[in-house]
Design a protein around this ligand. Structure first.
Ligand code: GAF
Length: 376
């Protein structure tokens, strides 16, 4: 793109990906989650270009770009463009202060790896435009408009966890977020001498988006059954195991399994916070294994590749626990591994994974990191 020849950014923003320690698919059920940003991120370089409505966005990572007329924002056929367009559309509903800008994005977040490159893209744009055009948006407004952008322009009816984690995280902490009230607390996390190691399956099965929306509907179906007996119930967040069991007859086996996973997963978030506070690392690991069991068997959002890696980790006494992290159907498994054993564990896992699936495993350590911020 021609603008790149004389491009000197006036603002550079870092927008991170995230892991979720526990609390998968609980966000759209108005429950608890426990994510944190990681140091892998997308950087955005911005410059106002003096025009009223012409914008240009270029991805250095994929060597591709597109132009936008602010007076004619519409859904694109190119998926990644919709994250940008959706955010611009949402911002334009709130303010008319945005003018023409040029923007270069560069990512070191593997896409489709369950680390939420989507939220990083949405929130980084919102954050940067808020700065250069002085839009006066609060952090929570940026989080919410980014989530809505994903609903309307991408079509995934996601919860709020990813955008919240990307913007609001603090280094050395996970966020305990109540997805109903949006009350949150930073919880210090110190797993020493253990480390958080991500194993990237490098698969991202393409049913992820459609199955995601199906899971959401199944949960809503469960709620509508439970409401007949318990009218005060607004979402699965309000349901305990006893209440669910007493409604088993009224729902299909599939819907029951989905609801049961969510009810237990929500409890696991609070159990995890307790285990972290008590520094009970064995329990931290066991909670992860229990969660993966549910992800795989009850919620059915895992895949053979993730299951293989989680099972593989169980044979290694230096691994406390593991589970698939993120929306599902591939992406990364999160492993709590003793610092002394990381290289050996990764080498063995890579060998076994290559033999089984003929895929080169990618592995990296992550640190709980801070949210979206200005670099320059
Ligand atoms: C995806 C969604 F975007 C999140 O809102 C969340 O539901 C997650 O899947 C599963 O926990 O990342």
């Amino acid at each position: 793109m021609q603008f790149l020849e004389h491009f000197t950014p006036e603002l550079v923003v870092s927008s991170p990906g995230r892991i979720n320690l526990i609390g998968e698919h609980t966000d759209y059920n108005m429950g608890y989650v426990l994510p944190t940003a990681i140091e892998k991120n997308i950087t955005f370089s911005f410059k106002k270009n003096g025009s009223d409505n012409e914008c240009r966005v270029y991805s250095k990572t994929y060597d591709t770009g597109f132009e936008i007329d602010l007076n004619a924002i519409a859904v694109s056929k190119v998926e990644w463009e919709n994250y940008i367009l959706g955010v611009l559309n949402e911002i334009s509903k709130r303010t008319d202060k945005v003018r023409g800008f040029d923007c270069v994005v560069e990512s070191n977040l593997p896409t489709g790896s369950g680390l939420s490159s989507s939220a990083a893209l949405e929130c980084g744009l919102a954050f940067g435009l808020n700065e250069i055009f002085d839009l006066g948006l609060s952090k929570i407004e940026m989080v919410q408009l980014s989530q809505t952008a994903e609903h309307t322009y991408v079509g995934t009816q996601c919860g709020i966890m990813d955008q919240f984690a990307s913007v609001m995280s603090e280094a050395g902490n996970v966020i305990l977020l109540d997805c109903r009230s949006l009350d949150y607390k930073h919880i210090p996390i110190d797993l020493n001498p253990y480390k958080i190691i991500l194993l990237n399956t490098k698969v991202s099965h393409n049913l992820a988006s459609s199955e995601y929306n199906t899971r959401k509907k199944e949960c809503e179906e469960g709620v509508s059954v439970i409401q007949k007996k318990y009218p005060e119930v607004k979402s699965l967040r309000d349901v305990n195991e006893e209440m669910l069991l007493s409604n088993k007859e009224g729902m299909s086996e599939t819907v029951y399994k989905r609801c049961s996973f969510i009810v237990k997963e929500n409890d696991r978030v609070l159990a995890m916070v307790d285990a972290l506070k008590k520094n009970n690392l064995d329990e931290v690991g066991q909670i992860l294994y229990r969660a993966h069991e549910g992800i795989s068997k009850a919620y059915e959002v895992s895949c053979p590749e993730s299951d293989f890696l989680v099972d593989f980790s169980k044979d290694n006494p230096k691994v406390l626990g593991a589970r698939q992290t993120g929306g599902g159907f591939g992406g990364c498994t999160l492993n709590i591994v003793h610092g002394d054993a990381v290289d050996d564990f990764v080498a063995r896992a890579a060998k076994a994974y290559k033999e089984k699936f003929d895929i080169d495993l990618e592995a990296f350590e992550v640190q709980p990191s801070g949210g979206t911020h200005i670099i320059n």
